[in-house]
Design a protein around this ligand. Structure first.
Ligand code: ASP
Length: 341
């Protein structure tokens, strides 16, 4: 049986080609993808293309576009066996993380990919990324999708979307998943690490939870930073602090006073690490006790991208019972390790 994949083209470098007369990059008409890449016709799956009317640089993608993609997946969920989203690389980890929280009860593959060089470039990485992603997006065994989560496929690796970050603007190998092992790898054989795949609660019917609040701020702490600036910022619902190492910050009376004041004003404070791998461990150093004192929430080993989109999804979301802190600390879709602290 030929599996059907819906390819949603949103924009980014992958959809560009060089205009050899002017030398500049221009958007490529994805309607012609089968002419440009006749290899696609050799795939065992059938591919249907849905291009965004206006292809976007991924720095222009945000909550509105995340909802658009989530609803496209939902409207076509029954008709297709898998979904492939072509996306600019700059914010792909944010989109993948947001979608992982929004697509509830997902039992089909949603794969995101892009490329560092345009599809029309001789040395492009786009073709391999696109073809292998299609393979993963249509992979079924015993009539069940092998991948049932939002993943990023890039440069031979299949990664859990909400565990990724873009760490290179130069190398083809642009994404890393520092705190979670790979889901699959493409070499001579296309491999899947079955033990690493996410499975949601069987009982949850697939649906979209569109809730995304923009009332979230993210601050990176640095030595010498004047916390007084915090007092000048308007009230926000969640403040995510990216702090040193396993969860430390400079110890001064003013630090405690300022953060306590923010917390008392009703802002949730979340703490994530500036380190790419490992995570927050409150209590390990004296300089982390301040967070326990003020009742901050540990982001443990979550990426900044996952912490931000999780906070955006949870804050003020009436579909979740219980406190923000309890829901934030809970593993929703594989974005956080069970035992962090
Ligand atoms: N600026 C581009 C984007 O994210 C970069 C890329 O696609 O690689 O849309």
């Amino acid at each position: 049986m030929k599996r059907k994949v819906l390819l949603i083209y949103t924009g980014g470098t992958i959809g560009m080609e060089k205009d050899y007369e002017t030398g500049s990059l221009r958007a490529f008409d994805f309607g012609n993808i089968f002419e440009k890449m006749p290899e696609m016709k050799l795939m065992e799956c059938e591919v249907f293309v849905h291009p965004f009317a206006q292809p976007l640089d991924s720095s222009d993608m945000g909550p509105e576009e995340w909802r658009m993609i989530a609803n496209l997946v939902s409207d076509n969920y029954k008709k297709y066996d898998g979904f492939l989203i072509l996306h600019g690389t700059d914010t792909m980890s944010y989109t993948a993380s947001a979608l992982s929280f929004m697509l509830k009860g997902l039992k089909k593959p949603v794969i995101l990919t892009g490329s560092q060089l345009p599809i029309g470039d001789l040395r492009t990485d786009a073709k391999e990324n696109l073809l292998t992603s299609l393979y993963y997006a249509s992979l079924y065994e015993q009539n069940e999708a092998v991948i049932q989560e939002v993943a990023i496929y890039f440069e031979y690796k299949l990664l859990r979307g909400n565990r990724t970050l873009k760490y290179s603007a130069e190398y083809f190998d642009a994404y890393s998943s520092p705190n979670y092992p790979i889901l699959g790898q493409s070499g001579v054989h296309l491999k899947i690490e079955k033990d690493n795949l996410f499975r949601c609660d069987e009982k949850i019917e697939f649906h979209v939870d569109e809730h995304i609040s923009e009332d979230v701020l993210f601050w990176r702490i640095f030595p010498g930073m004047k916390l007084n600036h915090f007092k000048e910022i308007p009230k926000m619902k969640v403040l995510i602090l990216q702090v040193f190492g396993s969860g430390t910050i400079f110890s001064s009376e003013n630090t405690l006073k300022t953060l306590q004041q923010i917390k008392n004003n009703g802002t949730e404070i979340v703490v994530v690490s500036q380190c790419i791998s490992g995570g927050i461990s409150f209590g390990k150093y004296e300089n982390s006790n301040i967070f326990v004192k003020i009742g901050a929430i540990s982001g443990r080993d979550m990426t900044a991208e996952a912490a931000i989109t999780k906070a955006m999804h949870l804050i003020g979301n009436s579909n979740y019972k219980g406190s923000f802190a309890d829901n934030f600390s809970r593993n929703i879709c594989g974005e956080i390790s069970e035992s962090g602290d």
